[in-house]
Design a binder for this molecule. Structure first.
Ligand code: ZN
Length: 442
């Protein structure tokens, strides 16, 4: 047993409480009890004690749209002209990088950000992967990296026809095999989704084929939806339908599907997203960086669509993503009064619901029976913090680098800013070597 105590416990969830001098008792992979720290310590003297020293004890962060493979782009010269459009970014950067990835590159490009997740308190990620010349085995390779670092992760391979039929088939098989392996293991630390790149790189035939393969496995999809205007233009040209309409026609949407972005969606498409109970994920930094527009997040939430929050590989730090989501929506609406409630809802309520759909169990809340994904944050409030105003404290007072202890599935992965059983220096040294080699191949 493990007792994280002597801190301010922020439980979140429906019966959100702030407990001064509180503690969280963990048994195995789940939370056993929440309460007064001294009282718990008295009753469970045998539990390993982690002293939070008055800091904040709260649920781990969840990132519902991530690209671990994007790591080696950091500092890379893609030898392209400056991008003028979203398509230029795909062709000039991402599709140059992903073609060069070997399985060894995939492994090391995953380890680095997974360590960063532990350091910034992100305990669960939903990844979207591409390595067209190293498809087979790529998802298992990343699952191995996630297991070693100790981050809960869902993986998928993005099927795309941009590299020809053989690679398309390989992508379909990689998804199906990985989903089947996850189903047979029933391991709450790993899950599979069926990955699709986006409508703009998939023909009707491929969409139908993917739907058939995914249905056989009982899985939902993880797909980029109407991220750039190009996706909408392509869909209209191909089918006369808008992106959400086209994907819906092929049975890609639904309560198990994760639709990243949804920037260029109209009211009719929002209605379809709601009706199909599709889970949308907003990625504010990525959208701003790619200059693709501001997703109608407030409208989607208002219409009853489940919208979560991701990073699209921009960062591992969900506190950062929330800060940007907050200012982006205010800026786009030219209204300083909006998004105060919606951004916390995306990160602290909707992301846990998306994770529960993928992994089962209870997420995003410190309570008996929930997964023991718990972080200690170096934050002592300068003003009173209550169950009513906690989100303002997190928004303005906390960043990922404030996290000092990270526990995932009951396992301590970082204790007082020391990683546990992870040789970060050696991993990042090898990562730099492989990145250099990859850059030379571009
Ligand atoms: Zn993405």
């Amino acid at each position: 047993m493990l007792l994280i105590g002597n801190g301010t416990v922020l439980t979140l969830g429906q019966d959100n409480k702030v407990i001064a001098q509180g503690g969280v008792l963990i048994e195995g992979a789940k939370i056993k009890e929440i309460g007064d720290s001294a009282e718990l310590r008295g009753r469970f003297p045998q539990a390993q004690f982690i002293d939070a020293r008055g800091h904040l004890i709260m649920p781990g962060m969840i990132n519902t749209h991530m690209h671990l493979y994007s790591t080696f782009a950091r500092g890379m010269d893609a030898k392209s002209k400056p991008p003028k459009s979203f398509r230029d970014i795909l062709e000039g950067l991402w599709w140059k990088l992903d073609k060069q990835l070997s399985l060894d590159d995939v492994y090391y490009s995953a380890l680095g950000p997974l360590i960063e997740c532990i350091k910034t308190g992100t305990t669960t990620i939903v990844d979207h992967h591409a390595s067209p010349y190293a498809v087979t085995g790529s998802l298992n390779t990343m699952a191995k990296a996630a297991r070693e670092i100790g981050v809960r992760a869902a993986f998928c391979y993005e099927v795309s026809e941009r590299d020809g039929d053989k690679i398309t088939e390989e992508g379909i098989k990689e998804n199906a095999d990985f989903i089947a392996a996850c189903a047979s293991q029933a391991n709450p630390m790993v899950a599979g989704l069926f990955g699709l790149h986006a409508s703009l790189t998939l023909s009707d035939r491929a969409l139908a084929q993917c739907r058939e393969a995914a249905q056989a496995s009982g899985s939902g999809f993880h797909v980029h939806v109407a991220e750039g205007i190009e996706d909408l233009q392509d869909s209209l040209a191909k089918s006369g339908l808008r992106v959400v309409e086209r994907l819906n026609k092929f049975g890609i949407l639904g309560p198990k599907t994760v639709a990243a972005h949804c920037v260029h969606v109209n009211d009719a498409e929002i209605e379809i997203l709601k009706e199909t109970k599709t889970q949308v994920v907003h990625n504010p930094e990525s959208n701003m960086g790619n200059a693709v527009g501001a997703a109608p997040v407030l409208k989607m939430l208002d219409s009853g669509v489940t919208v979560g929050l991701g990073t699209d590989g921009y960062t591992c730090d969900m506190f950062e993503s929330a800060k940007v989501a907050n200012v982006l929506q205010k800026h786009a609406a030219a209204d300083p009064g909006v998004a105060w409630g919606e951004v916390p809802q995306m990160l602290y309520s909707n992301n846990p619901r998306i994770a529960e759909n993928l992994f089962g169990g209870k997420f995003g809340e410190l309570r008996e029976g929930a997964w023991a994904d718990v972080i200690v944050v170096d934050y002592i409030p300068p003003t009173p913090m209550t169950a009513a105003n906690w989100s303002g404290h997190l928004l303005f007072g906390v960043s990922g680098r404030s996290v000092e202890t990270t526990v995932v599935n009951g396992r301590v992965r970082m204790l007082n800013r020391e990683l546990v059983g992870i040789d970060e220096e050696a991993i990042l040294a090898r990562s730099r070597e492989l990145a250099q080699n990859l850059w030379e191949r571009i």
